[in-house]
Design a protein around this ligand. Structure first.
Ligand code: ADP
Ligand code: MG
Length: 265
């Protein structure tokens, strides 16, 4: 087992009902890096993330965290190592942001036996990092989309995980709030060294914020590597069925943009 690997996925297979969602996927997620998982709707990205979080047992194969398979970890022990922010977290009724974020401390001991000062520090740091300190006493249900997403992110950060799994963390947000969340995620990666694995749809955000991309479709890993190597017109045509072209800015930057459906051309 290589110490530069955060999560080692070996010959993973996931079958749900009669559907093969993931077929023989092997992939080593590098430690301290940001990986974006991309692919069409229904490709199995959320399913993969749930398996990586230990929430869903694979049909075959295994996922190693450190030297041990996820299945060998206890619930709390695992929650101290990794946190997941699902695609649509359920907003609890009548809960303040502070209480929601404090739930992230659950893995660190029972009500009677816990380090309350460490809990307070972790919650305060998570609120500060997400810019949610001033919202601590607000009801979660009363927050805007961007604020709500930051509150959930703060919950995951209060867990102080070495590995953070995020399922479409920006999908329901406007452009500015998408970038705000991406910047927070980048800071978490830089300042805490947290390994990030996140499902993204936006090409520009993936190119800008991810060190590596994992492209998933038809139950298989279609491509893996740095965005500049992976994101090509050929790949986007094959995996997403879109026609894409390179655009160049005056400043010398290059962006690959979808310009139409393949069948139109
Ligand atoms: P993505 O996140 O890439 O959009 P999902 O992982 O949510 O894809 O779903 C992948 C496929 O698995 C879809 O076809 C979905 O209908 C199917 N699926 C998801 N959950 C279940 C389930 N519990 N039972 C059967 N099929 C499921
Ligand atoms: Mg999904």
């Amino acid at each position: 087992m290589n110490e530069t690997v955060a999560l080692d996925v070996r010959h993973l297979q996931v079958v749900l009902g009669e559907h093969v969602i993931v077929r023989d996927l092997s992939l080593a997620f590098p430690v301290g890096r940001v990986t974006a998982v991309m692919g069409p709707n229904g490709a199995g990205k959320s399913t993969l993330l749930r398996v990586l979080a230990g929430l869903l047992a694979p049909t075959a194969g295994e996922v190693l965290l450190g030297r041990r398979p996820l299945a060998a970890y206890g619930r709390r022990e695992l929650a101290r190592r990794l946190a997941i922010l699902p695609q649509r977290p359920q907003v609890p009724a009548d809960m303040t942001v502070a209480r929601l974020v404090a739930c992230g401390r659950y893995p660190y001991g029972s009500l009677l036996h816990r380090d309350k000062a460490a809990d307070r520090r972790a919650v305060a740091a998570a609120l500060a990092l997400t810019g949610m300190t001033d919202f601590a006493e607000r009801q979660v249900a009363s927050l805007s989309g961007g604020e709500s997403q930051r509150a959930w992110l703060a919950l995951a950060l209060a867990q102080e995980p070495e590995l953070l799994l995020l399922d479409e963390p920006t999908t329901y947000l406007d452009m500015a709030h998408q970038l705000q969340v991406m910047e927070i995620i980048r800071r978490v990666n830089h300042e805490r060294g947290t390994t990030i694995i996140m499902v993204l749809h936006n090409l520009q955000q993936a190119a800008r914020y991810a060190d590596n991309l994992a492209i998933l479709s038809d139950a298989e890993l279609q491509a893996w590597g740095p965005p500049a190597d992976v994101l090509t017109p050929t790949l986007l045509a094959r995996v997403f069925g879109v026609r894409a072209e390179y655009f160049h800015t005056d400043g010398g930057r290059q962006a690959l943009l979808p310009v139409g459906l393949l069948e139109e051309s």
